[in-house]
Design a binder for this molecule. Structure first.
Ligand SMILES: Nc1nc2c(c(=O)[nH]1)N[C@H]1C(S)=C(S)[C@@H](COP(=O)(O)OP(=O)(O)OC[C@H]3O[C@@H](n4cnc5c(=O)[nH]c(N)nc54)[C@H](O)[C@@H]3O)O[C@H]1N2
Ligand SMILES: Nc1nc2c(c(=O)[nH]1)N[C@H]1C(S)=C(S)[C@@H](COP(=O)(O)OP(=O)(O)OC[C@H]3O[C@@H](n4cnc5c(=O)[nH]c(N)nc54)[C@H](O)[C@@H]3O)O[C@H]1N2
Ligand code: SF4
Ligand SMILES: [Mo]
Length: 721
């Protein structure tokens, strides 16, 4: 028996885990790590089943190659050569725009995804770059890019110090938080209330988070921007603003808010005018306050406007960049600063002419790019850690499009609804065989913190790490072939990183010799060397050796004001009325004057699930069927429903079991996404198949500034099955 420690990679909460393993390396228990200064022993059911997940017999252990409908196991060299033939074949015959890549959510949770995603995209040399971000948080990146000049400068609520938290469209008691890295989010919310703070939750469902709050308000799906504009209007109208940072566009924002009085928006958003006024007064009166909004407000028709208004309220109430308000984390790893002001639409998608954001095109248009003939038609696809057949809008259409590709390679531990259409599947090693560092998530943490986890178990002989798999794909894509040495790629990247650092004025290594810095780096793999370099160049001056010496993680303290270091706008000020967003307000006005759809669909998450996966882990799917349609009992009666219902949207229809509950507002139904398992080798998931919410979501509906998919507020009809 031995004990090992590791960060949980299964959600954004980055909990420390304490594992017990027997002599054969089997996990006998998983508990929260009480010595982790950030998570302090917290764990959820997903983390507790990490051992089961790793030992799932349905996981792939070797690469798979498909010929026609037949899958066979392949050796790694054979599989990489098949990828080389497939990718260079398509690129050679049709050019690089015929290649596309889709990066799924777990890339934010692996070292490999963080370190090799960028190089892979650059090596592919295509503009057809897609990811789960345009089914998720792209509106936040776009609003932060336009307001602060850097799309990664996302302020997070200072959870542990705030006196007042207004939370919209987030349910951290199920999700454990997002774009707000806070292990034991539930405990932190309870602590907020225990110290006399106030929590207000805005959600079309009375969620477990809402149950914990001082106040819960129903909001009509897709109308958070209207509600927030009502708050902005009140702050101006009642002279409640106390802006504490340098801003541009204050008068313009005030003029824009003119038409959105609480009275004017109350009917659209379903929150009474006097309540909206009170929300504004409470935010202004609280010693410190934070507005935090997540997926319910992002994956919606006015996602970017809502994210903008969230931070506009934070600025107007004097809460941006101050303790207890919303603040920017200082992650321990140097990532390089952007030099050019942020802009979207630097290029457009071929078929629908949709603007790029953060170098990506909307996943909602991936099927268009594959289906539509002409120069630049996508003919080969690389998917890393994604399942867009279940996660992208109008999944069935995308699935049909995948069938028509000339070549597809997936890096994924499972044959699932997406990877089953690939020609080659490359499985990464299980979690416990992989090292871990949270490059992405620690940039959104509510305390500064760093923790490195070396692999708990040694690599299986002959099996490449995920970093090596992605490095080899990068080398293949750049024309260097299946046999090129991944170490060459790492050295190239390191050299660039160090050279840029010594040339950057004010950097801790300005003017030093890159070769000497390289010689001082420590690490057994390219990924570790790169982590060591990024830590040493980073603002906390850490090193890999220091993190290794502190296996429970290092607390780097509460967030500190740092707007000046973060701002990258051309004006050098916070932009309160960026032109791109001002232009989109017209759409908001139109919506306010249109009659609302009679019934709309929204999503939800469950503590034991994780998007489209973890459904093959028995302890996580046991119990009652969770893929149900939540519906208000009034609607059940009004529509004469019983047992199951047929739900129809503009693009599809589903038959689903009903879950009548008065916790959802009338006129709204909720279905979780990620279900609808079919045709894969996952035996447990097949027994709990459910249906896919993305049969109903419409790929033509987008949040205009960001191109993000719309999953909340989808017009549907519900009738008797
Ligand atoms: N209707 C509706 N649709 C939604 C949403 C919604 O709320 N409603 N939410 C959206 C959101 S927020 C997101 S993030 C997307 C997610 O969309 P995706 O990222 O496309 O889908 P996931 O279900 O997260 O799939 C993750 C895949 O990664 C694999 N995987 C797990 N661990 C690893 C690993 O370590 N390495 C590799 N290579 N692969 C791994 C899993 O087997 C799985 O196939 O879905 C979006 N879709
Ligand atoms: N257990 C579990 N944890 C997860 C995941 C998971 O699948 N399962 N997925 C992970 C991922 S990829 C992400 S992005 C995060 C997301 O983390 P969260 O943003 O916390 O996601 P949800 O739990 O779906 O909460 C969204 C809430 O928005 C509400 N909502 C829907 N439409 C609207 C609307 O128009 N306005 C408002 N105000 N509210 C609305 C829904 O009812 C729901 O309660 O969770 C992550 N953590
Ligand atoms: S909350 Fe997230 S990080 Fe923590 S144990 Fe659960 S899945 Fe893992
Ligand atoms: Mo997500």
């Amino acid at each position: 028996m031995r004990t090992a420690h590791r960060t949980c990679p299964l959600c954004e909460a980055v909990c420390g885990l304490r594992l017990t393993l027997d002599d054969a390396g089997h996990v006998t228990s998983v508990k929260g790590d009480p010595d982790d200064p950030f998570s302090r022993g917290f764990i959820c059911p997903k983390g507790a089943s990490l051992g089961r997940l790793d030992s799932d017999p349905d996981r792939l252990r070797t690469p798979m190659i498909r010929t026609g409908g037949e899958w066979r196991e392949a050796t790694w060299p054979e599989a990489f050569r098949a990828v080389e033939r497939g990718l260079t074949g398509v690129a050679g015959a049709r050019g690089r725009q015929a290649l596309a890549v889709y990066l799924g959510n777990p890339n934010a949770h692996t070292m490999a995804g963080a370190l090799y995603g960028g190089p892979l995209i650059r090596a592919l040399g295509t503009r057809n770059v897609f990811s789960a971000s345009t089914a998720d948080q792209m509106p936040k990146h776009v609003s932060c890019g336009l307001m602060f000049g850097d799309p990664m400068a996302v302020p997070v609520p200072d959870l542990d110090r705030t006196d007042h938290l207004l939370m919209l469209g987030a349910n951290p008691l199920e999700s454990n938080g997002s774009l707000c890295t806070a292990p034991d989010f539930p405990g932190r919310l309870k602590a907020l209330r225990a110290r006399g703070g106030r929590l207000v939750v805005v959600d079309p469902r009375r969620t477990r988070t809402a149950a914990l709050a001082d106040e819960h308000l129903f909001v009509r799906p897709g109308t958070d921007a209207h509600l927030l504009f009502g708050i902005v209007h009140t702050l101006f109208a009642e002279d409640l603003t106390s802006v504490g940072v340098e801003v541009e566009g204050l008068a313009e924002l005030r003029a824009l808010a003119e038409d959105f009085s609480p009275k004017a928006v109350a009917e659209t958003c379903g929150v009474p005018a006097d309540v909206i006024t009170r929300l504004a007064r409470e935010l202004a009166a609280a010693p410190t306050a934070a507005v935090y909004a997540r997926i319910g407000t992002c994956t919606a028709e006015f996602g970017t406007l809502a994210q903008w208004l969230v931070d506009a309220v934070n600025v107007l109430t004097g809460n941006l960049d101050r303790p207890g308000g919303v603040m920017f984390a200082t992650p321990a790893t140097e990532t390089g600063r952007r030099s050019k002001p942020y802009a979207t639409g630097r290029w457009r998608s071929r078929v629908r002419g949709l603007p790029e954001a953060n170098g990506e095109l909307p996943v909602a248009t991936l099927a268009d790019e594959i289906e539509t003939p002409g120069e630049g038609q996508v003919r080969a696809l690389v998917v890393v850690a994604g399942n867009p057949v279940l996660s992208a809008p109008d999944g069935p259409r995308l699935e049909e499009a995948l069938r028509g590709l000339e070549f597809m390679v997936c890096v994924d531990p499972y044959l699932n609804e997406t990877t089953r259409h690939a020609d080659v599947v490359l499985p990464p090693p299980p979690v416990l065989h992989s090292p871990h560092y949270d490059f992405s998530l620690l940039a959104f943490a509510v305390r500064d913190y760093a923790r490195f986890s070396p692999p708990v178990l040694p690599p299986e002989p002959g099996r490449p790490s995920e970093a090596e798999i992605l490095a080899r794909l990068t080398l293949i894509a750049s024309g260097q072939g299946a046999d090129a040495d991944p170490a060459v790629l790492d050295e190239l990247i390191l050299e660039r990183l160090l050279r840029r650092a010594v040339e950057t004025p004010g950097s801790p290594v300005e003017g030093r010799d890159p070769a000497e810095l390289r010689a001082g780096l420590e690490g057994g793999t390219g990924a570790e060397l790169r982590l060591d370099a990024m830590l040493k160049l980073g603002p906390h001056g850490l090193s890999l050796a220091e993190l290794r010496a502190n296996p429970h993680g290092i607390d780097l303290g509460p967030l500190r004001p740092r707007l000046g270091e973060v701002l990258r706008t051309a004006s050098g000020k916070v932009e309160l009325a960026p032109a791109e967003l001002v232009a989109d307000v017209a759409r908001l006005r139109e919506r306010a004057s249109a009659p609302p759809p009679e019934m709309v669909l929204i999503g939800r998450r469950h503590l034991r699930s994780n998007n489209s996966w973890l459904h093959n882990v028995e302890p996580l799917v046991g119990g009652s069927n969770r893929c149900t349609l939540q519906i208000n009992p009034d609607d059940v009666r009004r529509l004469g429903l019983d047992g199951h219902a047929v739900v129809r949207s503009a693009v599809g229809e589903l038959t689903v079991p009903l879950e009548p509950t008065d916790s959802i507002m009338p006129g709204v139904v909720s279905l979780p996404h990620g279900w609808g398992h079919q045709g894969t080798s996952q035996r447990v998931a097949a027994e709990h198949a459910g249906v896919s919410a993305n049969v109903l979501t419409d790929s033509s509906a987008l949040d205009v500034p960001s191109g993000n998919a719309v999953f909340n507020g989808v017009p549907v009809t519900v009738s008797r099955a």
